[in-house]
Design a protein around this ligand. Structure first.
Ligand code: R2B
Ligand code: URA
Length: 312
């Protein structure tokens, strides 16, 4: 009897650990203080479990204004007390990133590109770990270029892929390349797709997302300051991407997926396509149309959160 009981407790313990946000760094536990420099927070000066322990959903996106607007929107959607206009930026000690807490939801900006989001993610994952958060889901809410999609279509990422359409992220560590898988949580993606069918005016697909290190040449644009290829070569690359299941192109998804996966955090990427790259490179829609498009990932993820919280 006793060994079975022990086994059960062991499994429960493993399950408990699995739901926590795991840092993969043996040095962290030996440090007296951890300064999350780009958030202007620290384990010595802030009570992170008290400030963040109840976080269940973290939504990140490139622009500081958009993530403030999302915080105000989710405040309204969750019908929380207080004035959403008075919501405070927790990271106002720095202008690198902004961060808003709205009940169990954290909304953070990450800037543009892999280096910017990866710095933010190191500090966010440590923050969630220090705060002893459990069962957290991370969403990237973004914009992208569509590949064979009408502008305004929302893409839920199945696999985040690199320039060769491989589901992996390469990080150079001490001069050597480390390759990490970029697989995302299938359960969360299909739940998001289901949510999209429950909403009006939210055309949504699941597809692979190509992550590049540049907006212009890196995404095969003909309108950058440099261009070393022909229009035909551009279309050939986009056609190959489409055949590999790519439906949109952006600049953060591979490192986002890879870091969340290693640290045991469920994650999803939801980006709206601002244009169809087969039709051109410049983003020509009006400001108002672009604002409406950018609200679409927010509406979808807010619906998901409300359903999870049993509000719908
Ligand atoms: C989408 O939009 C930005 C470039 O305009 C970049 O951060 C991305 O991934
Ligand atoms: N963001 C990108 O990275 N690419 C686009 O084409 C549009 C938005």
């Amino acid at each position: 009897m006793a060994p079975i009981l022990l086994n059960c407790m062991g499994n429960e313990h493993n399950e408990y650990i699995k739901q926590q946000v795991q840092v993969k760094n043996p040095y962290l536990g030996t440090m007296e203080e951890d300064i999350l420099y780009h958030f202007s927070l620290s384990t010595r000066t802030h009570n992170l479990p008290e400030m963040f322990g109840d976080i269940k959903f973290v939504c990140v996106g490139g622009s500081a204004n958009r993530m403030k607007a999302f915080a105000q929107f989710i405040h309204h959607e969750l019908k929380l007390p207080g004035n959403p206009e008075e919501i405070k930026d927790i990271c106002d000690g720095t202008d690198r990133y902004c961060m808003y807490k709205v009940g169990p939801v954290l909304s953070i900006s990450h800037g543009m590109g892999v280096p910017s989001i990866s710095i933010m993610l190191h500090e966010l994952i440590k923050l969630l770990h220090h705060a002893q958060c459990r069962d957290v889901i991370l969403f990237r809410l973004g914009t992208s270029g569509g590949v064979g999609l009408a502008p305004g279509t929302v893409v839920i990422t199945e696999k985040a892929v690199d320039y060769s359409f491989r589901p992996q992220f390469e990080q150079v560590v001490l001069g050597k390349v480390i390759t990490r898988s970029t697989e995302l949580d299938k359960g969360v993606s299909s739940e998001l797709l289901q949510c999209s069918t429950e909403l009006e005016n939210l055309p949504t697909v699941i597809g692979n997302t190509l992550c590049t290190h540049d907006f212009y040449e890196g995404q095969g644009r003909l309108d950058g300051a440099l261009c070393s290829f022909s229009h035909e070569e551009k279309l050939e690359y986009l056609r190959k991407a489409f055949e590999a299941g790519v439906r949109n192109i952006e600049m953060e998804s591979t490192v986002f997926a890879a870091m969340c996966r290693v640290c045991g955090v469920k994650a999803a990427v939801v980006c709206v396509a601002l244009l169809n790259r087969f039709d051109g490179d410049q983003i020509t829609s009006s400001h108002d149309v672009l604002v409406e498009y950018q609200q679409r990932p927010q509406i979808l993820v807010s619906h998901f959160i409300k359903k999870r919280l049993g509000i719908l």
